[in-house]
Write a protein that binds this ligand. Structure first.
Ligand SMILES: [Zn+2]
Length: 232
């Protein structure tokens, strides 16, 4: 009988053991499945979340559009200073005078209702007057108002530079003579209607007409040009 009880206990242990071991693996599989489902859903969520970023990237597409206009801006900005440095920079026409000493007298009133249309650069009598740019001497003229004057054409023929009240011309200066930027063309004085107490160079820039006549031209303000603030 003891053997039968032992067998019965053994069977019970066996069945219980089998039952315990059985659900174990199935429980593991059940646990593993949710894990897979969870990871799958999280990955699908990630995949769903991923599309928004692509959707967000189309949003930045305006940015490329913004960057597209930006290139033209540097181009325009780069184009502007280039000519300013290349052709627009005129030399200060009075030796020893710096740009900071210039005064804008372009719109000053003059006698008989005239407007100055020029810049006056005060300097001691005899101070060398320098060509502001390369060009040719178009006309040497002694006028009542301007005294001894020089009309210089620049190579393109667009502009005329006018120097007045000279005390005298530089030696060898003559009409049709080619002159270089910085070349001495005369000396500061007070000829014409300038006061002997205030010798100065009266300087003008004329925009020439199609006829290229030295006595005809529209005056533009030399001040910002000589200051380097404006290109011709
Ligand atoms: Zn003047």
């Amino acid at each position: 009988m003891k053997i039968l009880r032992l067998l019965a206990v053994g069977l019970v242990i066996g069945v219980v053991g089998y039952w315990l071991l059985g659900p174990g693996p199935s429980a593991r599989l059940g646990a593993a499945e949710p894990a897979k489902i969870g990871s799958a859903t999280s990955s699908t969520r990630a995949a769903l979340d991923a599309p928004p970023p692509p959707a967000a990237t189309p949003a930045p597409t305006p940015v490329p559009i913004q960057t597209t206009p930006t290139p033209p801006a540097p181009d325009a900005g780069g184009a502007a200073p280039a000519p300013a440095n290349a052709a627009g920079a005129l030399l200060l026409p009075v030796q020893g005078i710096g740009a900071e000493q210039l005064q804008d007298t372009f719109t000053d009133a003059r006698s008989e209702g005239r407007v100055h249309d020029a810049i006056d650069i005060l300097a001691p009598n005899g101070t060398p007057v320098l060509a502001v740019a390369d060009g040719t001497v178009e006309k040497l003229f002694d006028s009542v108002r301007g005294g001894l004057t020089v009309y210089q054409f620049e190579p393109s023929g667009r502009y005329c530079y006018y120097y007045a009240h000279l005390d005298r011309y530089a030696d060898g200066l003559a009409e049709k003579k080619t002159i270089k930027r910085g070349e001495v063309i005369g000396y500061v004085g007070s000829t014409g209607n300038a006061s002997p107490d205030a010798p100065h160079l009266h300087f003008e820039i004329h925009v020439l007409g199609p006829e290229k006549q030295w006595w005809k031209g529209e005056s533009i303000n030399p001040y910002p040009v000589l200051k380097g603030q404006q290109a011709l």
